[in-house]
Every structure is written in C-alpha cells, then in structure tokens.
Write a protein that binds this ligand. Structure first.
Ligand SMILES: Nc1nc2c(ncn2[C@@H]2O[C@H](COP(=O)(O)OP(=O)(O)OP(=O)(O)O)[C@@H](O)[C@H]2O)c(=O)[nH]1
Length: 311
C-alpha cells in the first residue's frame, strides 16, 4: 500500500497499532504468512525462545497501521499444558493481545490439533480471525469445504482465505486486523527489528543461559535487553576484534534477582561464561560481557516497560 489511505469522508484515516498473536499447529504456515505480511525475511524467526510471554515474529508497517505479530509459546504445545496454572497463563497472554490470527492450512483437514487450539482461544475472549492459509495449494471445491469446516470450528470475527506466494488477500487481512487495533501512534520505528538481528540473537543467548536450571522459578518473568555492542580500539590478546557487550536482565521481584545472581554472584558468573561463548561464536569476535540484573516490578503490565523491553 502506498500513500495515505482516505476515509470515506475524504480525510486521512487515524493511525492504529497493536498486537496480533499468530497461532496454529505446526506447519500451518505461520512463518510464511508473517514473512509475506512483513515484506522481508525476519531474522528472529529461527530459534526463538520459548520462555517469554510474547515473542515478536515481525512488524507490519503500513502508512496508517502497525501490527506487531507475536507468538505465544504454549499454545502450540499441548503436552506442556497439563498444569492448570500454565493453562491459565497462556490464556492470560492471549487475552493481552488485540487480536489473534488462527492459521488453518487449506491443504489439510481440520483436526484434533486445531480443535485443541480453538478451545484455548475460546477462553481468551480476544477477537480471532481464522486465516485459511495455503489457499493457492488447493482447488475451489476443497477450499470451500475447508472454509465451511473452519467456520464450524468456533466463533470467529472473520474467516479469510489467503495465499502467501501470490499475495492473495494479504492487504485485506491487514485491513481486517486494523479494524481490531486501538487508535495509537506506531509503537516501534520502521524497520526496528530487522536492523539489529544480532541484538536479538545475543539477548536470546543470555536469556537461555540465565534460565538454564531455573526455568521453574522464573518461567515468564525474565526479559533481556542488549543495551549496546561497542568495539574496543585495541584488539584482544589473540588478535581478534574485542567487543564490549552490555546487557540488562529484568526480573519482576527481588527474590528472582537473587536466583539469577546466586550466592555472591556465582550463578551470574556462570551465566556470563556460558553466554559469552555463544556470543563470541555468533559475532566472531572476543567479547567482554557485562551483565546487569535489575528489578522492574510488574513490567509485564506496564506498556512503557513492555515497549522498552521489546514486547
Ligand atoms: N502453497 C503454499 N505453501 C505455503 C503457504 N504458506 C506456507 N506454505 C508452506 O507450508 C510449509 C510450512 O510453512 P511454515 O510457514 O513454515 O509453517 P509454520 O506454521 O510456521 O510452521 P512451524 O514453525 O512448524 O509452526 C512450508 O513448506 C511453506 O512453504 C502458502 O500460502 N501457500
């Protein structure tokens, strides 16, 4: 889309922005749809962490609309959902977004996996758009049959067939989601995520190391933000480039800070050593890793914080 969209009365439309959670069983076409909507490959789709409440898959920028496409770990993994508490957590995260994109591939029959997800979505009370993906892969009769099955599966705000390779109905899909977004200026600058994929990867390495062995205690309360990656003038002793990497780890409570840091900092040192190895391999340089643990109370509920932390 180019140029300002006009409202029916001829004036410019308001800007809207918000979060869309993309769900669907494995192979449903979630990543492909995300990439098609975002318009370029998003670096963070690989190896995304399963431990944050929302992981950003990509950001759709239009003149008057910004959709932040997120993933909610847990929705796709029924076996981890045995505990009622975790179940509630997933529903809680689904309730926090403005809309949900439920991907159902046209080349496969609606099955138990889809019904499982549909049941979770019904509890969240967030508008759900059922997206019939891969509609280019089947003929008309099959697509019609699929759309009927999808319609019977639940209460959808809309049912819309799309095809990522041809771009079929992708603009229409953005319009549908726009209608569910609140009035808001853009929440992220254009191109934010794709500019610095290494920051995202470094944050993931630190998060993985910090959660190792304490996932039970810190399941959804850790956010990692890479503040800066700065090259030093002098190389390391072995001749490699030397980078200062400054990272903040945010937890919600003092007790969690103590867990991350460990007795006299012992655990944090181990976390640093482990993460540093991965970061050096990733960046191909020697790394001086500086980790800071901070308490940001209730960051999950504070929009300003969420934004700063990349949620
Ligand atoms: N013809 C066609 N193929 C598609 C379309 N969308 C996805 N595919 C194919 O379907 C397969 C799965 O797509 P993905 O986007 O990886 O599915 P996903 O839901 O992200 O999969 P997981 O990461 O396993 O959850 C890939 O081989 C895609 O090329 C589409 O619109 N049309």
């Amino acid at each position: 889309m180019s140029g300002q969209m006009k409202a029916p009365d001829g004036g410019a439309r308001d800007h809207r922005a918000g979060f869309v959670c993309v769900v669907g069983r494995p192979n449903a076409g979630k990543s492909t749809l995300t990439n098609a909507l975002v318009g370029q490959k998003v670096a963070i789709t690989s190896g995304r962490p399963q431990t944050t409440r929302h992981v950003i898959r990509g950001i759709v920028h239009r003149d008057d609309t910004q959709l932040i496409l997120v993933d909610t770990p847990g929705v796709h993994r029924p076996r981890t959902l045995l505990g009622e508490r975790l179940n509630e957590l997933v529903i809680g995260t689904l309730a926090e977004v403005d809309a949900i994109a439920f991907c159902l591939p046209a080349d496969q029959k609606v099955g138990p996996g889809d019904r499982y997800i549909a049941a979770r979505l019904a509890e969240a009370r967030t508008p759900v758009v059922a997206v019939a993906t891969k509609s280019d892969a089947v003929g008309r009769p099959r697509l019609t049959e699929h759309l009927l099955q999808v319609a019977e599966l639940g209460e959808w705000a809309d049912v819309i067939p799309v095809a990522a390779p041809t771009g079929y109905q992708l603009d229409e899909l953005v319009e549908v989601f726009r209608s569910h977004m609140p009035q808001s200026p853009p929440l992220y600058p254009d191109g934010e995520l794709t500019d610095e994929p290494e920051h995202v990867m470094v944050a993931e390495l630190v998060r993985e190391a910090a959660l190792d062995g304490v996932r039970e205690e810190l399941p959804h309360s850790l956010a990692v933000v890479v503040e800066e990656i700065v090259p030093r003038e002098r190389p390391a002793k072995d001749g490699r480039e030397l980078l200062d990497v400054r990272v903040n780890l945010f937890v919600e409570r003092d007790s969690q800070k103590a867990i991350v840091i460990g007795t006299r900092g012992s655990r944090l040192r181990e976390v640093g050593t482990r993460a540093r190895r991965g970061i050096e391999a990733l960046l191909g340089a020697a790394v001086y890793l500086d980790l800071h643990v901070k308490v940001a109370k209730d960051w999950q509920r504070d929009p300003k914080h969420l934004q700063r932390l990349g949620f």
